[in-house]
Write a protein that binds this ligand. Structure first.
Ligand code: LLP
Length: 423
């Protein structure tokens, strides 16, 4: 299990590159990713037979390429994530399947792509089984089971239980096997993902449900997937899951299934956050410092159009200050509210769930100094928007001390492309 990092509120560099150089070269707001951190996190999970990256967390082609070159398979949840994976060099077919489509529905485009490329599909509804069976009889599929319980860092990221639209209800497994039979489809895999940012206690419960479901399906099962959900520490009071213990729990299930089936069963894990969160930094510039009664605000040029997690879930992200002067001596701290430029009062990075504005102890700073929002590599850029007609941010990858622009900042022409004023 990795050691929880010491979160510092003052920094001069990111992955060995001076923050000032990054800001001068690429401007702000910019997402900066440290390739080495992604590789380190991949290595943590090598005990699993297949590490399948949930690309929804951070799907830039360069990130997918990095995953692929490090032997990580990929998951796609939409037609265009399928296209991204193919564009990043993932093959459609192979053993294990390099690319799996996981969803609760097929839109027409996704069904057509899955059939065209013969992709392995992880079906999250009985309807998907029937639709795929009609379009591609003879397919091998995985069933995503909702085990009847779930857990996440927020109610919005809990994907199990009756309140959730995800997966096939565990009591309908038999019915789904009949649907598969009727359509000449073979169930070779089972998958459970109970939520994002959960904990070992809840993750462990999934093992029991998986074993029961796999025994119900029987010997056609060759793969089980533990889903994603592994948490990362966003502050010093949080921790990682004990990965050895987690693996052993799943390995136990796998071994018992192998004994019962008489053939090998492959064990997959499907993380998003764990692989990319800690590699990402959102670099912003402080553009105004103002006082509202007792509150002091650092107002920066990044907002919830760049990082939506605080406004959506009240998520806490570590933050640090880099001084434009290049000074390396840490300054005295003060409690500040950190907000962005958007014309909505919820555009605050230091908020708690429910929208309650909080403060953060950060070094004294001036206009032109930089704010670095950390652990922003998962569900950061990908949840960005053009609200207030702000361009999508640039993305930069640091690999072996070199910086690479992996996404240009959106231009005004990109932004209005496809809009038409009727003549
Ligand atoms: N597999 C499936 C089927 C999923 O739905 C997800 C996440 C994952 C894997 C990866 O979960 P992870 O390992 O990243 O926890 N926007 C939210 C997170 C939403 C997660 C959605 N599904 C956030 O910013 O926390």
């Amino acid at each position: 299990m990795p050691t929880v990092p010491q979160f510092k509120t003052f920094r001069t560099e990111i992955a060995g590159v001076p923050v000032l150089d990054l800001a001068a070269k690429y401007g702000t707001p910019t997402f900066v990713y440290d390739a080495a951190k992604i590789v380190e996190r991949i290595e943590d999970l090598r005990a699993f037979d297949v590490i399948r990256y949930a690309q929804k967390a951070c799907s830039n082609l360069a990130i997918l390429d990095l995953m692929r070159k490090n032997g990580v398979m990929v998951d796609a949840v939409s037609a265009w994530e399928i296209r991204r994976a193919l564009a990043a060099g993932y093959g459609a077919k192979g053993e294990p399947a390099p690319l799996v489509y996981t969803a609760d529905i097929f839109d027409h485009e996704a069904l057509a792509l899955c059939v065209e490329h013969g992709l392995h599909v992880n079906c999250g509804s009985p309807d998907m089984i029937a639709q795929l069976g009609e379009a591609a009889p003879g397919s091998e599929i995985t069933l995503r089971i909702n085990p009847g319980f779930g857990h996440g860092h927020s109610q919005k990221t809990n994907t199990g239980g009756q309140q959730s639209k995800h997966g096939i209800w565990h009591e309908q497994l038999h019915e789904c096997l009949l649907i598969a039979d009727q359509h000449g489809v073979r169930v070779t895999g089972l998958h459970m993902h109970i939520g994002s940012g959960t904990d070992l206690e809840h993750l462990a419960q999934v093992c029991g449900s998986m074993e029961k479901a796999a025994l119900e399906v029987g010997r056609t099962i060759t793969t089980i997937s533990a889903g994603g959900g592994l948490p990362i520490p966003y502050n010093a009071s949080q921790t990682y899951v004990d990965l050895d213990q987690y693996f052993e729990l799943w390995n136990g299930v796998r071994k018992r299934l192998q004994d019962s089936f008489g053939h090998t069963v492959s064990l997959e894990i499907e993380p998003g956050r764990y692989l990319s969160a800690e590699s990402g930094f959102l670099l912003a510039e402080i553009r105004a410092i103002k006082t509202m009664g007792e509150n002091k605000f650092y107002v920066v040029d990044a907002g919830f159009n760049n990082l939506a997690r605080p406004i959506l879930y009240g998520s806490y992200h570590p933050m640090s200050i880099a001084l434009a002067s290049g000074e390396t001596d840490e300054r005295p701290h003060l409690d500040v509210v950190v907000g962005g430029p958007l014309c909505e009062s919820g555009d605050i990075f230091t908020q708690e769930e429910g929208g309650f504005v909080g403060t953060r102890s950060l070094p004294a700073a001036s206009i032109g100094d930089f704010l670095v929002i950390e652990c922003a590599g998962a569900y950061g850029f990908v949840m960005g928007s053009n609200y207030n007609s702000k361009p999508l941010a640039a993305e930069v990858l640091i690999r072996d001390g070199q910086t690479h622009l992996i996404r240009e900042r959106q231009t005004f022409e990109n932004l209005i492309a496809g809009e038409h004023i009727p003549g």
